[in-house]
Design a protein around this ligand. Sequence first.
Ligand code: BEZ
Length: 211
Amino acid sequence: MSIRLGDEAPDFVAETTSGTLSLHEYLGDSWGILFSHPKDFTPVCTTELGAFASRKAEFDARGVKLIGVSVDDIDSHNGWIGDIEETQGTALNYPLIADPERVVAGLYDMIHPNANDTLTVRSVFVIGPDKAVKLILTYPASTGRNIDEILRVVDSLQLTANYSVATPVNWTDGDDVIIGAAVSDEDARSKFPGGWTTVKPYLRVLPQPNK
Ligand code: BEZ
């Protein structure tokens, strides 16, 4: 059974490069991002792990804890992280789960047999402080992820969790936002006393409320 938005992120206990941990305990009250890598000692994965490490401060600033998973074992991971540091210029600074039994991969439906029947695809799960899954991305092994896009959706998720707004196409933090479709004009007047621009009755635009 695959995971859907709003489902509780399945908990697990796993061996990682930072010791054995439970996902839910590791995340605590923070936001989290669980992301899978098909295999150790592979080129795209090496660049991705390095990029997540070098930009960890941007995730920290948003209260987001990172955790990666790859189906190889802990000895393999410990060998690979030396290569990541050497080639990407950054030490691994978040846990990387060893998942040789495919427990995490199975729980999160990260193996897509029509792509590869033993390796995971590149999944991203953004998990909220309530442990609910807020966003799911799935990339093939041949396409590395975009850290800017992952930070952008975290910004949108965190904004829309706190304000009755939605973010339009290509929005980035600081751009104008849209009043959520479920909010009546009457409710909007009390929520957004500074007003908004009505482009269409269903398209009401206003400056980002927390800026
Ligand atoms: C890579 O990271 O480059 C990769 C991993 C598994 C399959 C194909 C590519």
